[in-house]
Ligand binder design. Structure first.
Ligand code: ZN
Length: 262
């Protein structure tokens, strides 16, 4: 039994949230993240898949971390291993017409045009099913992420900051294609308790109809490198979203580059 609980604690430490920039409450959460876990490409990757990802999105870099070649591709892969180019800013950011849990017209309300239009449709579709949603946080610029990260480095040092905050360039929110969604009340916004809500269940079953995927699904933590985030949806377009749902795969599996760690 003790082993069981120890496993849960260790497991939750390995996979931090992709969305929040909040510092962990307990100092112990800053410790003990496995330093030995290595990221490597699946040795069974087919040449076709690798060729595809390199051609479509990614240019090979000298190091383990790679920079995506086509950051504006709707199917772009961004994670702890595949970074957006420094200072990439989408050219077509707009404000979706849906409601957010805040009133201000600020950066985190923005999305890329195609994703914003799809989001509007998703919220309308949800409303027809009597599911009332709100946006929590969408676009986050490289500059914002860098400022946040640097502040934490100042406070806690680089190694600790690295454990709870995404490096600038590695956040999917910088694509303008991802958004955290909650119920209209904002209850459990970007928190694990959101998983049990009817809004989360609706997103799980219906979002692919609008071109969105649950980017960090339950049971795929060791593949994506992030804990289950039922609130973080990512626009990839309807055909790809449906294909991924049918095959029950993540973007890492689609491109055959996993697992992702650190
Ligand atoms: Zn998110």
């Amino acid at each position: 039994m003790r082993y069981f609980f120890t496993s849960i604690v260790v497991f939750s430490l390995l996979f931090v949230s992709a969305c929040t920039n909040e510092k962990p409450n307990s100092h112990s959460q800053l410790q003990k993240k496995s330093q030995n876990q290595k990221t490597h490409e699946n040795p069974q990757s087919s040449q076709k898949d690798l060729h595809n990802i390199e051609k479509m999105n990614v240019s090979k870099n000298r190091n383990a971390v790679k920079t995506v070649a086509q950051p504006s591709a709707v199917n772009v892969l961004v994670n702890k291993k595949y970074f957006l180019p420094k200072n990439y800013v989408p050219k077509d950011l707009v404000y979706p017409t849906v409601s957010f849990i805040f009133k201000e017209k600020i950066e985190k309300r923005k999305m890329r045009k195609e994703a914003a239009l799809a989001l509007n449709k998703l919220f309308t579709g949800a409303k027809k099913d009597k599911i009332y949603l709100s946006g929590v946080s969408a676009y986050r610029s490289y500059v914002t992420q860098k400022a946040v990260f640097n502040r934490y480095v100042k406070e806690d040092g680089y190694d600790n900051a690295r454990k709870y905050s995404a490096l600038p360039g590695s956040s999917e929110h910088q694509t303008g294609l991802a958004i955290d969604v909650s119920s209209s009340t904002g209850k459990c916004a970007a928190q694990s308790c959101f998983a049990n809500t009817k809004e989360a269940k609706w997103l799980q079953s219906k979002s692919t109809n609008y071109g969105f995927i649950i980017r960090y699904p339950k049971g795929k933590e060791s593949i994506t490198g992030y804990k289950y985030e039922p609130w973080h949806i990512r626009y990839v377009g309807v055909p790809l979203a449906k294909q991924m749902k049918k095959r029950n795969i993540t973007l890492e599996e689609y491109y055959n580059v996993y697992p992702v760690s650190k």
